[in-house]
Write a protein that binds this ligand. Sequence first.
Ligand code: ZN
Length: 68
Amino acid sequence: MVNDKQWQNNSDGWVTAMNKSKEKKQAKREQDYNTAHGICDHGDTEWCDTCAYDINGEQVAVKGIDYE
Ligand SMILES: [Zn+2]
């Protein structure tokens, strides 16, 4: 028979793991949303995968390199 204390510990660990997983999923979802909607969360002088491509899907910039 499993003792209550041990079950409680396992349960707490599971909840923590679930919450961590949920946070990760949420962060990923926000990032995907930003990417899908062309929203950047960096300064004007930086590039990311979102803004490095124009509406035709052509790469217009490489990280750390200006327009060619
Ligand atoms: Zn960007």
